[in-house]
Design a protein around this ligand. Structure first.
Ligand code: ADP
Ligand code: MG
Length: 390
């Protein structure tokens, strides 16, 4: 990674204003999944240990520029205090009292400010708000990879007013994703799935240019198969994208690999009637909800030689157990590759990897859903671009 990090700063007594991703699920004022908070602990602990006064910023949910108590970050502050075993000061509003609180902090102290999206300027990347955030610190640290694809006051704007460096989570994400796309060990295979091809046309294009093979599954495979002239029955197909799918297949040559069989169902329901058929024999009125066993065999076979694997998008409707096997089989295959860097990006794909029970055997599961997708598209993320170069 070619960006400065928290290691490049002498923190002693300096105020660090740190953008984290504490967009965690809450229930009755309690954090129900603290993964995102735990992912930011290495950066927070480093700052504490190096004598910084740390002020954390995050968004939570979509309060749309208005103060909304159900989206308060107070429960996250309490939860963080428990994880750190140290008090975390909560800053409810960015007023004079907040400045005083920050100025009176001791080196090693930690504070968390209220939801950045309580301010109407945040999502507009308002400069005045960015300056207000910047006034809380001497150096800006961005550790919120999951928000780096958005140019908001707390992710991008603030970096115009302070020296800006990456935190450890940001560094890890950029290292893994950056190396995979920039300098991959080969063979480099990407697996792409998910519901819609229209969400991922740019990802397909970008990955076709970089990978040795692109294995397609999920709902998006249907549109490719339809473009080859196959009858997809009642499967999810994007008719508007059939021409694009044809063009992509032409561009891809032999790189783009499609399913040969599928699990089809007579309804979109977990208790639907189901069977395994060739993709050329989808019965009328039935729909493809997972890749079939022959496809799993072909794909896992191709993966055996891979040195780099990037996976985005489930192979089927894994939320329903009878249609999760293709997705889980791919996850297990990735987990057992002897000598490959395996990377999973995308919100649903990450969830599927965790559900498959092999998440700890994957080299890197990105914490950024939308951000990892935009990275795979080859885009420059504004929150990353704003960080100081090494
Ligand atoms: P990610 O969040 O990992 O980028 P997507 O959001 O693109 O993934 O796609 C995930 C969704 O795709 C899941 O909700 C899954 O049910 C759906 N999906 C996968 N295969 C099919 C299919 N054959 N038909 C309909 N939906 C599918
Ligand atoms: Mg998704």
């Amino acid at each position: 990674m070619n960006k400065k990090t928290v290691r490049d700063i002498n923190w002693n007594g300096k105020r660090a204003v740190v953008r984290v991703d504490f967009n965690v699920p809450l229930e009755n004022g309690q954090v129900t999944d603290d993964t995102r908070i735990r992912e930011s602990l290495p950066t927070i602990r480093y700052l504490m240990e190096h004598g910084a006064k740390t002020v954390l910023l995050s968004h939570l949910g979509r309060p749309k520029g208005k103060v909304a108590p159900e989206f308060s970050l107070k429960p996250a502050a309490d939860h963080l205090a428990k994880l750190l075993g140290k008090p975390v000061t909560f800053i409810p509003e960015l007023n004079d009292a907040a400045q005083q609180t920050v100025n009176q902090m001791q080196p090693g102290g930690v504070a968390l400010a209220e939801n950045t999206r309580f301010y109407a300027g945040e999502e507009k990347n308002d400069a005045a708000l960015a300056q207000k955030f910047a006034s809380l610190g001497d150096v800006f640290v961005n550790d919120a990879f999951g928000s780096a694809h958005r140019a908001h006051s707390s992710t991008e704007g603030i970096a115009h007013y302070l020296p800006a460096v990456a935190g450890f989570l940001m560094e890890k994400e950029l290292d893994y994703l950056g190396r995979a796309l920039g300098d991959p060990a080969r063979p480099f295979i990407a697996i792409l799935g998910g519901a819609k091809i229209s969400d991922k046309i740019q990802v397909v294009r970008s990955l076709l240019a970089k990978t040795d093979y692109l294995l397609i599954g999920g709902g998006m495979a249907n549109t490719f198969l339809k473009a080859k002239g196959l009858d997809m029955g009642a499967s999810l197909v994007e008719n508007d994208a059939v021409d694009t799918a044809k063009t992509l297949m032409d561009e891809a040559g032999g790189k783009l690999i499609l399913p040969v069989d599928a699990v089809v169902a007579d309804r979109f329901a977990a208790d639907a009637e189901r069977k395994i058929v060739s993709v050329s024999a989808v019965p009328e009125g039935w729909r493809i909800l997972d890749i079939g066993p022959d496809t799993v065999k072909t794909y896992t076979g191709m993966l055996q030689d891979a040195k780099t694997v990037v996976w985005n998008g489930p192979m089927g409707v894994f939320e329903m157990a009878p249609f999760a096997e293709g997705t889980f089989a791919i996850a297990r295959a990735l987990a057992t590759l002897p000598d490959a860097t395996t990377i999973i990006g995308g919100g649903d794909s990450a969830a599927a990897a965790h559900e498959s029970g092999v998440a700890d055997k994957i080299t890197h599961i990105s914490t950024g859903g939308g951000a990892s997708l935009e990275f795979l598209e080859g885009k420059t993320l504004p929150g990353v671009a704003a960080l100081a170069d090494e």
